[in-house]
Design a protein around this ligand. Structure first.
Ligand SMILES: Cc1cc2nc3c(=O)[nH]c(=O)nc-3n(C[C@H](O)[C@H](O)[C@H](O)COP(=O)(O)O)c2cc1C
Length: 311
């Protein structure tokens, strides 16, 4: 997820039981033109496997070159985004705009498949507008071009993030496609993840927004899927310990300016439900340095320990 699935977040998801993590969508134009972008976007850790690098673009040559760079950086899977409706992605023909141009999409996939040994997969939306079943035909053409698996977000492009994801579109793709299908959209809790697997027959579930600030959701989902009791959510101190680790990890991976920007965005969702969450969010939101981020978490820690002590 753009802005959220940074290296530390992906590591946490792996540790909490996610069986596959994805980078945010990465521009093939950017990768092939800008060394700094390449360095920051293809920062994969040896601990986060299997990892899919997600690319967007509409130029077969640049996508092939980018796929090779991602493979060299350690990607286990290269995923092509054909669903993102954001203008910053579609204006150059990528994301959802590529889904509207199946012949170009096929050329892109073929070029990527030829460029690497790791599997190429594709992520789609359920049609361009509600009721449009063209995604089934598009998926079939992408499979013919060589994709090894498909992921489907059960909303149409036109829907953006409005309304509900229609899981029937996932069932339809599962029936039609000869490759594994991963379902996506509106999984908010462990029970939803298991229900999506059972109702649609998909081979795996991709969790987006609900995992932001709550990577423990993967452990809860795996437990419920395995027939065990759902583990309790982490204690406030466990949550704060993870946040402190996160600050240090961002500091290690990025320069201060970028780490503080990412930290503000990515740590605030971890504060949900903590005692003193409002004050913590305010301090994180106004942080200007690593020290500010760290202090914000430590002050919250002291609040929780103080409350325990006085209880
Ligand atoms: C802030 C934000 C960033 C996203 N970035 C990406 C992205 O980089 N690549 C992608 O395939 N989907 C991206 N998505 C879409 C999600 O991966 C997912 O398909 C969608 O949110 C529905 O799943 P969910 O209900 O589990 O969140 C993004 C969504 C949001 C809200």
């Amino acid at each position: 997820m753009a802005g959220y699935t940074s290296p530390p977040f992906r590591l946490l998801c792996c540790w909490m039981g996610a069986e596959l993590v994805y980078t945010e969508l990465i521009s093939a134009e950017g990768l092939t033109r800008e060394p700094n972008y390449r360095r920051s976007q293809l920062m994969l850790s040896s601990l986060e496997h299997p990892v899919a690098v997600q690319l967007f673009g509409a130029d077969p040559r640049r996508l092939a070159e980018s796929a090779a760079m991602a493979e060299a950086a350690g990607a286990d899977i290269i995923d092509l985004n054909l669903g993102c409706p954001a203008p910053v992605v579609t204006h150059s023909g990528g994301g959802a705009a590529l889904a509207a141009q199946p012949a170009i999409a096929v050329k892109c996939v073929r070029a990527m498949v030829e460029a690497v040994r790791v599997p190429i997969t594709a992520k789609l939306r359920a049609g361009l507008q509600p009721g449009d079943t063209g995604y089934i035909d598009l998926a079939s053409r992408l499979v013919d071009a060589g994709v090894s698996a498909l992921a489907l977000h059960g909303r149409s492009v036109k829907q953006g993030f409005r309304g509900h994801a229609d899981w029937r579109t996932i069932s339809a793709l599962v029936k039609a496609a000869p490759v594994p299908v991963l379902g996506n959209g509106d999984v908010a809790c462990a029970a939803d993840a298991v229900r999506m697997l059972r109702e649609t027959g998909c081979k795996g579930v991709l969790i987006g927004r609900a995992a932001v600030g709550d990577p423990w959701l993967f452990a809860r989902s795996a437990a419920v899927f395995g027939g065990q009791e759902e583990p309790a959510p982490p204690s406030p101190l466990a949550r704060l310990a993870v946040m402190l680790w996160y600050v240090h990890r961002l500091a290690k991976d990025f320069g201060e300016k970028e780490a503080v920007r990412l930290g503000r965005l990515q740590l605030i969702p971890f504060s949900r439900g903590l005692p003193g969450a409002v004050a913590l969010r305010r301090s994180l939101g106004s942080a200007r340095s690593f020290a500010d981020l760290r202090t914000a978490v430590l002050v919250a820690w002291a609040t929780v320990v103080g409350e325990k002590g006085s209880a």
